[in-house]
Design a protein around this ligand. Structure first.
Ligand code: ADP
Ligand code: RBF
Ligand code: MG
Length: 429
């Protein structure tokens, strides 16, 4: 962990893949089309399901598990499957989504005039392909090519002799930002892999890790000064950088520091808080069956939605706890109105689920269940990262607190921008 020393960061260096952009869905597509040509008897849905279950491992490990799950041993070996999928991956002409929170972070640092560099292992040519604007735009109306416009320096893998974990690329980034070697500690590096963290630390930089390999042991990142679940959770002021101004406090719900929370910012926090999303997100689908844990173990029923057809949408969100609104738009409970909801979208670390789930708890009582009916959820605000708990009572208490954050924020009209979703509130209720 970072010592509370005078090293105040005033430069920021970013890794690209897995840190700022998300290539997961594109890799999935390549995997599906590769396997489809090898084994006709497996359906697309089976492959997507298996891919979802193998998520977050290193490529070869994921390939081994995929081959087992889909019984591919008679048609291909894991290493060969990997090569074949690699050949399918064409970056040009594809719109690659941002990692959740990436644009918010880049925009904020740019506005605060913090010099930034990109230090990517991708070659210049590959980078150009990945960044090529396809004419398609993301939610905020920006072309992908614009991502590069945030940086004062761009360093690619083919500009250095040794790749990460060697520090060379960070030395190059520092040189281009005009930072002397002895001032390396003034650079804050964002990385998603253990190799990247080693490289940044070997260069003498301050480094935060935001692991995208979910099953990587957290101690593989122990060289990092801090590990976060997503870019949404970064506390820039802990590193001497300007503090984000968009969190809103809920002054009726007291903040209690979790055991082992070493962040400096949490020492001074008094209240729970939430972050309104730049773009609200609508998630619609039939309510599916989960493990039945919600009501039985926690006394908190959650109306689960299927993650596979909603993958593209939930990729826009960091795994975590959110709140918003829900309505049931088909089935017996249709037209029961708009309900406030607090939900977890993620892997439920307390239960160590392999697969992501979307679990909205509607903040009202229902006399009977509504499986298979269509639920539409409007996700409006982020509350926190998912966490583990030592006891089930602590988990329950925390979920109930999330509900209070939601109730207070909505009672006090603290979430702006609901007007532009008028149609959603008026249709079908
Ligand atoms: P599962 O693991 O199958 O999701 P849960 O114990 O979480 O089981 O129960 C969820 C089901 O309970 C939902 O699918 C829904 O039909 C019903 N339900 C009843 N009240 C609520 C509520 N307030 N919020 C969410 N779901 C509810
Ligand atoms: N599960 C966790 O493991 N960690 C959490 O931090 C967590 N937070 C939750 C917050 C809310 C608002 C809700 C509705 C659920 C949360 N859960 C969390 C998920 C819970 O484990 C899940 O709903 C049950 O396992 C039922 O499947
Ligand atoms: Mg549930």
């Amino acid at each position: 962990m970072r010592e509370n020393d005078e090293n105040e960061c005033c430069y920021v260096i970013f890794d690209l893949d897995g840190t700022l952009i998300n290539t997961e869905a594109i890799v999935d597509e390549a995997v599906v089309s590769t396997i489809k040509t090898m084994k006709k008897s497996v359906s697309e849905r089976e492959i997507f399901d298996a891919a979802e279950d193998c998520r977050g491992q290193r490529p070869l490990e994921a390939s081994v598990e995929l081959c087992e799950k889909l019984s591919l041993h008679d048609v291909v070996k894991p290493a060969e499957l990997l090569t074949k999928c690699g050949e399918k991956l064409q970056w040009d002409g594809i719109d690659i989504p941002d990692m959740p929170g990436a644009v918010r972070l880049l925009e904020f640092l740019k506005r605060k005039k913090v010099p930034m560099a990109l230090a990517t292992s991708t070659s210049r040519k590959e980078l150009e392909k990945k960044m090529k604007s396809t004419g398609r735009t993301s939610d905020d109306g920006k072309h992908r090519g614009d991502l590069l416009s945030y940086f004062d320096a761009i360093c690619c893998g083919d500009e250095v002799a040794k790749g990460k974990p060697d520090p060379e690329i960070f030395h190059l980034a520092m040189e281009r930002l005009g930072v002397k070697r002895e001032d390396a500690g003034r650079c804050l590096v964002f990385e998603d892999t253990p190799h990247g963290v080693s490289a940044a630390k070997a260069a003498g930089c301050c480094c935060v890790a935001v692991p995208s390999l979910r099953r990587e042991k957290f101690d593989m990142y122990k060289g990092a000064d801090r590990v976060y679940h997503s870019l949404m959770d970064i506390e820039l002021e802990d590193f001497g950088l300007p503090k984000f101004e968009d969190w809103k406090e809920v002054k009726t719900v007291e903040f209690v520091k979790e055991d082992g929370d070493a962040s400096l910012s949490s020492q001074t926090r008094k209240y729970e808080r939430f972050l309104k999303l730049d773009a609200f997100l609508e998630l619609t689908g039939p309510v599916i069956r989960g493990f039945g844990r919600g009501s039985k173990m926690l006394g908190i029923p959650t109306a689960n939605l299927d993650v596979v057809p909603l993958k593209q949408q939930i990729d826009k969100l960091a795994p975590g706890i959110y709140f918003g609104f829900a309505k049931i738009s088909s089935g017996k409970h249709k037209s029961t109105g708009i309900h406030r909801t607090v939900m977890s979208i993620g892997y439920n670390p307390f239960f160590n689920d392999k697969r992501k789930s979307i679990e909205p708890w509607l903040l009202r009582e229902f006399e009977e269940d509504f499986y298979d009916e269509t639920l539409s959820v409007l996700v409006c605000a982020y509350v926190r990262a998912e966490c583990n708990f030592t006891t089930v009572e602590n988990l329950i208490e925390r979920i109930r607190k999330d509900a209070r954050v939601c109730e207070e924020a909505l009672d006090l009209d603290l979430v702006e921008g609901l007007d532009s979703w008028k149609h959603w509130f008026e249709d079908d209720v």
